[in-house]
Each structure stands twice: as C-alpha cells, then as structure tokens.
Design a protein around this ligand. Structure first.
Ligand SMILES: [Zn+2]
Length: 542
C-alpha cells in the first residue's frame, strides 16, 4: 500500500482555525477492485486514523460500494455534496484522489463546488489539500494524471489485443463467426462441422449457373436450415458469407487506429479459388441485375396507347399478390403505361404487364422470321426508307450541335451579367440550372440520333450478306440476346398498339406475301412507303 504522507498534513490548518475541523470521510470501491487490496475497511481505517491524528471531528462516513469512478450516479457522493451545501463539515477526506473522481473535469467541477461552501478537499496519499492555492493546483494536476493513467490503461489493453492477434489469436469478441467455434484455451477458431457444411453449400449453390442470392436463400430455408438464433436466413447474410475472407482462411483484425489490418490464419472452410470465383460472379450478377431491371423492355419506342395514341413508357411497380388468403411480396412488377396518364385529364389506359405483352409480340415476330422471304423484303424496304433519313439524321445532329454551342455562349452571357451585379445570385443560379437542363436534353437527343444512325449502318452491313443474315437469324432466333431481339423488333415492327380490351395490333413493316395472292403483292412493292400489315393478337387481361 502507498506510503502515507502525514508530513505535509501538519498543524497549520488547525492552528489557524480556532474551531475544531469537522470532516467528511468518503470511500469508494468498484466491483472489480473489491477483489484487490482496495477494500472499504482498509480505506476507512486509514481515513479514521488520519482524522484522529489531525484532531478532526468525523461528521459522517460516506461509502459507495461497487460503483465505478466514472459514473456520476453515486448515491453517497450525492448525499455528501448535499451535506456540504448545508455546512455540515469543512473538509472532505479521501484515501486517494481517484476514489473521488476519475474524470478530471468532474473532479475539478466538484472541487470548485465544494469551495463555494468553504469546504476543502484532502487526499491522504497525495501531498496537498485544496485549502491552499498550491494544493488546488496539485488537485488539477493529479486529476490529469489519473485521467492519463486511465487512457493509458485503455491503450495498453488495445495493444494487448493487437499483440495477441499478432500471435495468431482470434479476438473477434462476442460470438465467433458463423461456421466456427471459439476455443478459449488456444484462443483460436475451430471449424464447426454442422455450420461449415452450410457455408460450403451456400458457395456451391451460388456458383451454379442462373443462381442468385435469393435462389440460394430460398433453397437453404426450404431445406430447413436456420440461423443461430433459429430464424430463417436472409439474402444479406448469404451475401456476407460469400464476401467474408475468413472462409478461405484469412481473418483480419482491424482496430480503428491501427495502421493496417492484421492478418490471422484460421482454418479454411472453402477454397480460395471458390471464394474468388464467388466475388466475380457477384459482380457480374450485380451488373446484370441492374441492366435487367432498367433496360429489358422489348417494346419501348414502338408501343402506342390504343386509347389516346400516345407513346407508352415503362416503369416498375411494387406489388403484393393475394392468393388463398395469403399475401406474397412485395415484389417488383414491370409495366408499360401510357404517357397520357401523367396529364391533367389522364388517359384511362391501364398499366400493361411487360411479362405478358413482350412474349405475345415476340412470338409473332418469330413467326414472321420463319418466313425468309418476309425478312428479305423487310430489310430492302427498310433500306429504301433509311437512305434519305440517314442524311436527314446527320443534318439533325448538326442542328443540335449548334444549339449546344448557343447554350455555352448563353452561359457566358449570364456569367458576365452576374459579375456586373445586374442579376442576383438566385436568378443566376436558376438561369444556369435551366440552361444546364436544356443542354442535357440536347445531348441526350444527340445520343439517340447517333444510335439510330448506327443501327442503320448495322442494317446496311447486314444487307451485304443478306442470305447469311437470314439463315443465321433463323437459326438463332430462339437464342438471341436482348439487344439482338430489340434490333429485330426495330427492323420488323412499325407500331404495336395496345387496346383496353386486351387486343394488341402489331403493325409489321412487311407485306404479308403469303396472305396476299398473285398480283396484289406486286402492287405493294410499287408503293413508295411500306404498307404496314397488321397482326392482331389477343390477350384476355393485363
Ligand atoms: Zn393513352
């Protein structure tokens, strides 16, 4: 135990004051300290004998047991401060300053408070008391030291963890990672066979073709696997397992301030190659999912509303399906909708489900493609029409470029006017914003025209090997990717009109040779523009 310094606690105070000093004794011990030497009786013994030696009258002993130095919630301390306020004593005695407060700020605030009531503060083991300025200074200094010691303690324990991690110990805290159990003696992770089996299954299932996080998740839930908490698995946890390096044997400890993560070898559950492959596939599926959701509308651009004649656009809606009293979802459903819906007197055309309309039209297209004569005709017709149009499109681009240039000079003009202070900041911001929007719209338009030119070049190229193209198309019709299918639609379809009663008119840019006998077919070819033939398809409800 620290040597007591009685020497400084001489008779100066008592000598100066005529009255006998009344003191309050404060003792505290925290739960973890109770096991050590800091017992309450020991503290009290020393404080009492100190009071006696200095001829202090002990007013009361205040004892907080099993509380920490940081919590402000100490009942006896509160009482002590109340009694100080009513002048029940002139000095507070503690065994050590950190018995009173560990936090410097709280210590200083409290000492200040006591001073207001003419109560000083004395530590047995530290050479000062607050009845003199030197002592006050010492209090704040020691408070600082106590705080510093505490910080050092935290730092030391952190360094302890780092050292332990560097020795190859798992210090993940709490519950060990799924798939492992923690061995307390060796401080290492061991494979939990039952859980590891599921981890391997998740990797295996996810790497299968056409798999997805959701499919894996549904599968393992169906197989009866449950989380440690006994709940169903979620796709988020599946993703976590697929992206955690621990499973191929590398666990990383990365405390906030440590310069770089520390690598710890743990038993691997899956091979590194499998893990790497999973990362690649995750990336690919992410890109695919994005594309798939946003751009896989086959009929955008050719679809018209059968009620008001406007173009139809596409969007996804969140749906909930009710079946047999049960609710499914929410899930995303893709729809086409009439632009007219957005207007004031909205068009009453209902939303049309993409998954019903696209296959309906696509099947018709396949039928047409199976007739090579039709394709050949379609391409020739298209070429006839695209000739002059192509030049016109290039002319359009020139016009747009000029407008974009105008936007830039307009911007410079606004900037000049603003600098001269002719317009205010909010006007300036608004005008620049409007201009930017206009420019964005122009750029968008330019891109679209460029695409159209490109697609015509594609058709022209195709014409050069028309026979091959037709043959290839027929062979591949069932395996075309989305872009190719869209190209084909653009080539063959002029408009698709959806009507409220479920009837769909597909206006094909192909004379229907087979349905028009003899000379009639020729008369079609003489027409300057291609006469659309209409295929009527029917779907009961959208
Ligand atoms: Zn409409």
């Amino acid at each position: 135990m620290t040597k007591l310094i009685f020497a400084l606690n001489d008779k100066i105070n008592t000598g100066e004051r005529e009255k006998k000093m009344k003191c309050a004794i404060y003792a505290r011990v925290s739960t973890e300290e109770q096991a050590k030497n800091y017992s309450i009786p020991a503290q009290l013994d020393l404080l009492r004998s100190f009071a006696q030696a200095n001829e202090y009258e002990v007013f009361k002993e205040y004892i907080d047991e099993g509380v920490s130095g940081t919590t402000a919630d100490r009942p006896q301390l509160g009482e002590l401060l109340d009694d100080a306020r009513t002048g029940m004593f002139n000095v507070v005695l503690v065994y050590r300053i950190d018995r009173f407060f560990r936090n410097t700020r709280l210590l200083l605030v409290t000492v200040e408070e006591l001073k207001k009531f003419s109560v000083s503060f004395k530590s047995l083991t530290e050479p000062f008391d607050t009845s003199n300025p030197m002592g006050e200074f010492m209090v704040s200094l020691l408070g600082c030291v106590a705080q510093l010691e505490r910080d050092t303690f935290i730092e030391r324990s952190r360094m302890g963890t780092i050292k332990s991690v560097k020795e190859g110990h798992y210090m993940g805290g709490g519950r060990p990672l799924y798939g492992y159990t923690y061995d307390k003696e060796s401080k290492t992770l061991e494979i939990n066979d039952k859980e590891a089996k599921l981890v391997r299954l998740i990797y295996q299932r996810y790497l299968e073709p056409y798999s997805s996080l959701k499919k894996v998740n549904d599968k393992i839930n169906d197989l009866g696997y449950r989380t440690r908490k006994g709940t169903k698995w979620h796709t988020g946890s599946i993703h976590d397992i697929l992206t955690n390096t621990s499973y191929y044997g590398k666990w990383y400890y990365n405390p906030n301030h440590y310069p770089e993560p520390i690598e710890v070898d743990i038993p691997a559950i899956v091979a590194k190659e499998k893990y790497d492959k999973a990362q690649k596939v995750l990336q690919q599926r992410k890109i695919y999912a994005k594309r798939n959701n946003k751009y896989n509308y086959l009929l955008l651009g050719v679809l018209r509303c059968g009620i008001c004649g406007r173009s139809m656009s596409a969007s996804t809606k969140q749906c909930v399906k009710k079946k047999g009293g049960k609710e499914y979802g929410p899930y995303l459903q893709q729809y086409y909708y009439c632009f007219g819906r957005m207007l004031k007197k909205g068009c009453p055309m209902r939303w049309v489900r993409k998954d019903r309309l696209d296959p309906l039209v696509w099947n018709k297209i396949k039928e047409i493609v199976k007739n090579p004569a039709l394709i050949r005709k379609a391409i020739v017709e298209k070429e006839k029409r695209s000739g002059p149009t192509n030049a016109a499109l290039k002319e359009d681009i020139k016009g747009i470029d000029k407008k974009i240039k105008d936007c830039e000079s307009e911007r410079q003009k606004i900037l000049r006017v603003y600098r001269k202070g002719i317009i205010g900041e909010s006007d300036f911001v608004n005008q620049i914003k409007e201009l930017q929007e206009e420019k964005d719209a122009l750029n968008q338009q330019r891109k679209e025209i460029e695409l159209r030119i490109e697609s015509q070049v594609y058709i022209e190229d195709s014409l050069k090997s028309l026979e091959n193209f037709v043959r290839e198309l027929q062979e591949r019709i069932d395996n075309l990717n989305f872009e190719e299918r869209r190209e084909l639609i653009k080539l063959l379809v002029r408009r698709v009109i959806v009507k409220e009663d479920g009837v769909v008119d597909v206006e094909v840019i192909v004379p229907q040779v087979d349905s028009q006998p003899g000379g009639k077919g020729e008369s079609h070819e003489k027409q300057p523009t291609c006469f659309p033939s209409i295929a009527q398809l029917r779907h009961i409800s959208w």
